[in-house]
Design a protein around this ligand. Structure first.
Ligand code: SF4
Length: 393
């Protein structure tokens, strides 16, 4: 036994390098670990070339080293063919650990190692898109080890089993998972009983039955989504890397000339059409829960889950706006009032994939920033159930 749990497609990942439309060598703070820095400093021939592209930063009273990005926020080692000069001159082993690992993610729970891949890489999203059914995880671990894992690990197991349940819609599964986490937060001493309840199909159906009777105001839900979207992209829409993806849709969301009723109708139609990507979105959510949603602190688990769901909400709303913009170009010759009406219901896959990648980078890799934003915006960073219901509707 290797005592590992791996995403089923983990070993299938291959970087597509110069064919990648979203290189990971841009727009990040790329950490240079001390081992790699040592190797670079002691390289007789290229020490200067390596080290002039490294900067230091103080973080939590510790000095950390990063690649000094060029004015276009790209890695200075990336050549014009989209290939890495460090790999070309010295091989993979000269890369920093962060570069070598991405998009691979590893978690350790005592003797158990877990391996997953990040949706911040478009090649990973392509693999997930081509999965038939629900993403699976390959267990190669001793039963005793699995049985003795910490309670928070078991909570995550129930989160995953709810999300993998084929008998509920994606919306219901998100609500059920969030509801379970809130219940554990409220009664931490009852965590084992709560976990058991949320494994019962009958109990889950009784909850979704109650929620289906709650009338959500579509307009409130739409406005809330729009506000969240505008707040989140505020700092990114002008950045070079994301400008082409975010500026146009932000302008559209803020356009005061748009007929609100028409916009709302289009949004409601779009949500039904977006069901064609429900399996993809669901598998991305499951992958992110597996990689990120486990902590001894239930508040941390809730916040990590909120981050994952915020990414989903932003992807859905951004794809909606983008598809309206694309339609606008098709209908340029038509009268003003019909310009932003969607005329077909085919949502291109590449648009959906690009926004999954973008939000995985700007939200998923900036979880601390988004938590601060919630702390500033609400009384408590953990959402109320009603807010989730409104956003996810
Ligand atoms: S984002 Fe993925 S496919 Fe693109 S360069 Fe990075 S690892 Fe390779």
């Amino acid at each position: 036994m290797n005592n590992t749990v791996k995403m089923e497609f983990y070993d299938r990942f291959r970087c597509i390098a110069d064919k990648c439309s979203f290189t990971c060598c841009q727009n990040w703070d790329i950490l240079v670990d001390e081992d790699t820095l040592g190797k670079w400093k002691s390289d007789e021939k290229q020490s200067e070339a390596f080290c002039k592209n490294v900067k230091s930063k103080k973080r939590n009273r510790k000095t950390e080293y990063y690649i000094k990005m060029n004015p276009r926020k790209g890695c200075p080692f990336l050549n014009e063919k989209g290939l890495c000069n460090i790999v070309i001159s010295n091989g993979d082993e000269y890369l920093s650990k962060a570069c070598r690992a991405f998009p691979r993610q590893e978690n350790n729970f005592g003797d158990l190692d877990e391996y997953s891949l990040s949706c911040a890489c478009p090649a990973v999203v392509d693999i997930i898109y081509n999965i038939d059914g629900t993403v699976k995880f390959l267990h190669d671990a001793d039963d005793n080890l699995m049985d003795n894992l910490l309670p928070e690990y078991k909570i995550r197991e129930v989160m995953m089993s709810i999300m993998q349940n084929c008998n509920f819609s994606l919306t219901d599964k998100i609500l059920l998972t969030f509801h379970m986490l809130l219940s554990v937060k409220e009664e931490p001493g009852m965590a084992a009983e709560i976990r058991k309840k949320y494994q019962s199909e009958e109990y889950l159906s009784s909850l979704t039955g109650i929620w289906s009777g709650i009338k959500i105001d579509n307009e409130d839900s739409f406005q809330e989504t729009k506000e969240l979207f505008l707040d989140i992209i505020l700092n990114y829409k002008k950045e070079m890397t994301f400008r082409d993806y975010l500026q146009g849709i932000a302008d559209l969301a803020e356009d005061e000339e748009i007929d609100d009723n028409l916009f709302l109708t289009q949004w409601n139609d779009f949500k039904m059409e977006f069901v064609q990507y429900e399996k993809l979105m669901e598998n991305c959510i499951i992958s992110k829960i597996f990689a990120n949603c486990v902590s001894e602190d239930i508040d941390e688990m809730l916040l990590a889950f909120q981050v994952v769901i915020t990414e989903y909400i932003m992807v859905r709303y951004s794809v909606f706006l983008k598809s309206l913009l694309e339609e606008k170009y098709c209908n340029e010759s038509q009268p003003q009032t019909t310009k932003k009406v969607r005329t077909n219901n085919i949502i291109p896959y590449n648009i959906t994939r690009d926004y999954i990648v973008i939000y995985s980078r700007i939200i998923g890799y900036n979880a601390d920033g988004i938590r601060e934003f919630w702390e500033d915006s609400f009384e408590e960073a953990v959402w109320e159930f009603g807010y989730m219901l409104l956003l996810i509707n």
